[in-house]
Write a protein that binds this ligand. Structure first.
Ligand code: NFS
Length: 656
């Protein structure tokens, strides 16, 4: 059997060769030397007290306390949800605190960039906007948002943004979240030794906890980021290692919160600092992004993207990164060790995240621009220390910036915006259905392979894809976010995309922006013609290469919202057939959608298309036909998607 390719991306493979030649170890090597623990992997290791850890394998079916395999697997699973929800929500809380500081005049470098959105959010949070100044509204919006985290009773206010039928489901089942922090705390409490020990009951709280993330912490985070930094609209940009410049100071921002990265954009354009860079022999300052913070500044400013999660160490191996600046989440500790082989300065900035050996420059929103300038200056000072540089000559072009507001706008302009055209085209079968393809990269699978192939095959089958996070970056690297690269799309979908002027894959942002997908789903469900609830829609969620706790929280809130979701790689609940059944068939009965784990990406595609067709049938829509539309088009379904075709979609940097 041929050796499994570590990455589907030629630029990543090239850098892996480079790392090997220089004896630098990365996550790809560690994935070979460190096998996953099969017991923890299947979810059957209980370490919730010090009588254990109890490993429920073979003949051992109970822990010391008597906890069964079902209980242990379910408890472990919802702890993942709690951690993921905590990460998104703590990010959202920081956005609310920054909005408050901005409106109170204590964070002078930030402004309220989208007043219209501020007023829209004010209405959802019961904040009076009529006749009040922007800052007055913003102060109350920030305080109301913060109260949502600490809310003890009732329901988080954004529950009302879901379709009425969905709200009824949540209320009937008692899973409408009461407050963001409360649901996370309750998960930790319930899963403490000797507490909630009925697997189904435990998992039901998992749904509630995840909803507190999706319709609470994450949605607040997205909304407030838009208020402060602007609601995204289409923007052209570039991606992959080739965006690094040999003759400029390269500063890579990596992590998640736009508070730091947005200020880095301002500082990188400071003429004084550009002159300073020139004084050190560079032609300028090249700011580029990594992971979800890349998505934040890509969506709003078109800042180039270096890569997704598994590419972070390899960016340093280019020898061209003068500073890598990180804040929170998805930042590998291995970065520091890699950086020690090169001149790169790794700079941590969050009071919540330090890495031993890295430089720590603590970010403070009250002095944001000064700190961003200091960081850029550190990168510039490091430019003359560069040694050997190796940048793969591969760059791809993309269009990002599809906020749900823009998706509405593009379907009818300022006065008639709605999701009517999309609903109509799903009803008439030009668009077979929709898929949200999202999430991480995982070194246990071939990097990007599942992301790219799933998305290609879906659009080939006339499924409109919305994407976020590392999946979006994978798509960017293969030309899938480019409106010009239409040969991958099926004829019906292509007609729709060409009419509106959009790519067949819409980049909706970072991982917290999965809440934008919830909004689109809610709109499609209430627009008419596709049922009345999200669970009626011919739509699926897919997370092909998941690895983080955040991904589990996202998948669960998709499901709790009525969107059936399929994860790749493997199952963290494989140790219990009963729990596996509960979160798929069981949740389908409860909330109209299930969560399943399918390691084979070919099967994910089959399952997704079959699910979409089942939903079309239930809605009594016409049966999907791949040949009914697009007769005048140049390309037809069945075009081979060979690697040669992939390459045609790519643009070599050399050819620019
Ligand atoms: Ni989301 Fe996974 Fe991380 Fe972004 Fe990428 S790894 S859960 S996609 S960068 S948060």
């Amino acid at each position: 059997m041929a050796e499994k390719r570590k990455s589907f991306d030629p630029a990543t493979c090239e850098m892996l060769e480079q790392a090997k030649a220089q004896s630098v170890t990365t996550v790809f090597d560690r994935a070979e030397t460190t096998a996953p623990c099969p017991i923890g992997h299947a979810g059957t290791c209980c370490r919730n007290c010090f009588m254990g850890p109890c490993r429920l394998v073979g003949k051992t079916t109970e822990g010391l306390c008597g906890a069964t395999r079902e209980t242990v697997v379910a408890r472990n699973f919802i702890r993942w949800i709690a951690a993921g929800a905590a990460a998104h929500s703590d990010h959202g809380r920081d956005m609310a605190l920054t909005l408050l500081a901005t409106a109170e005049g204590e964070a002078p470098d930030y402004q309220i960039k989208d007043e219209r959105k501020l007023r829209m959010v004010a209405a959802y949070l019961d904040v009076e906007a009529e006749g009040r100044s922007t800052n007055e509204i913003a102060i109350d919006v920030a305080k109301a948002a913060l109260a949502e985290f600490g809310r003890q009773q009732g329901e988080i206010l954004f529950v009302r943004r879901a379709p009425p039928k969905r709200q009824e489901v949540w209320r009937r089942l008692g899973i409408a979240p009461r407050g963001v922090d409360r649901e996370i705390v309750e998960t930790l409490h319930r899963t403490h030794v000797g507490n909630d020990q009925d697997a189904e009951h435990i998992l039901t709280h998992g749904l509630r906890n995840a909803l507190a993330d999706g319709w609470g912490g994450s949605m607040l985070s997205t909304d407030i980021s838009d208020i402060l930094f602007g609601t995204p609209a289409p923007v052209a940009a570039r991606s992959n290692f080739g965006v690094l410049e040999e003759d400029e100071v390269n500063i890579v921002v990596h992590g998640h919160e736009p508070t730091l990265s947005d200020m880095m954009v301002v500082a990188a354009n400071d003429p004084e600092l550009i002159d300073y860079a020139k004084s050190k022999g560079a032609k300028g300052i090249n700011l580029a992004g990594m992971c979800c913070t890349a998505n934040e500044i890509l969506m709003r400013h078109g800042i180039p993207v270096v890569g997704n999660f598994l590419q972070q160490e390899l960016a340093i191996v280019t020898g061209a990164v003068d500073a890598m600046v990180v804040d929170i989440q998805c930042i590998m500790q291995g970065l520091q060790k890699v950086a020690e082989n090169y001149h790169t300065k790794l700079i941590t900035t969050s009071p919540k995240a330090k890495i031993t050996g890295a430089i720590h420059v603590e970010f403070d929103e009250h002095r944001a621009l000064d700190i961003a300038r200091l960081i850029i200056r550190t990168g510039i000072d490091n430019f003359p220390n560069r040694k050997q540089v190796h940048i793969p000559g591969i760059v791809d072009y993309l269009v990002a910036g599809f906020s749900h507001e823009y998706i509405n706008y593009m379907q009818g302009g300022f006065y008639r915006q709605s999701s009517r055209p999309l609903n109509d085209n799903i009803m008439n079968g030009r668009v077979r259905g929709a898929a949200g393809v999202v999430g991480c990269c995982n070194a246990r699978t071939s990097h990007d392979e599942a992301h790219v192939n799933i998305v290609k095959e879906l659009i080939k089958n006339d499924v409109l894809v919305v994407t976020t996070g590392c999946d979006a970056i994978a798509c960017a690297k293969y030309g899938l976010l480019s409106p010009e690269v239409m040969e991958y799309a099926g004829p019906g979908l292509r007609e729709v995309c060409q009419t509106i002027g959009i790519p067949p894959v819409l980049h909706m942002g970072s991982c917290v922006d999965n809440s934008r997908i919830l909004t689109v789903l809610a709109q499609c469900a209430t627009e008419g013609g596709l049922g009345e609830d999200i669970s009626d829609l011919p739509a699926v969620g897919i997370c092909p290469e998941w690895m983080s706790e955040k991904a589990i929280s996202i998948g669960t809130y998709f499901v709790a919202s009525g969107c059936h979701t399929i994860f790749g790689v493997g199952s963290p609940v494989a140790g219990s057939e009963e729990v596996t059944r509960m979160i798929n068939e069981g949740w389908t009965q409860m909330v109209g959608a299930g969560l399943e784990f399918e390691p084979d990406w070919h099967k994910i595609i089959d399952k997704a298309l079959a699910y979409i067709d089942t939903k079309r049938k239930a809605l009594k829509l016409e049966e999907y036909s791949p040949t009914r539309y697009g007769k005048s088009a140049t390309y037809f379904p069945g075009d081979s998607f060979s690697s040669e075709v992939y390459q045609q979609g790519r643009y070599s940097k050399v050819g620019l």
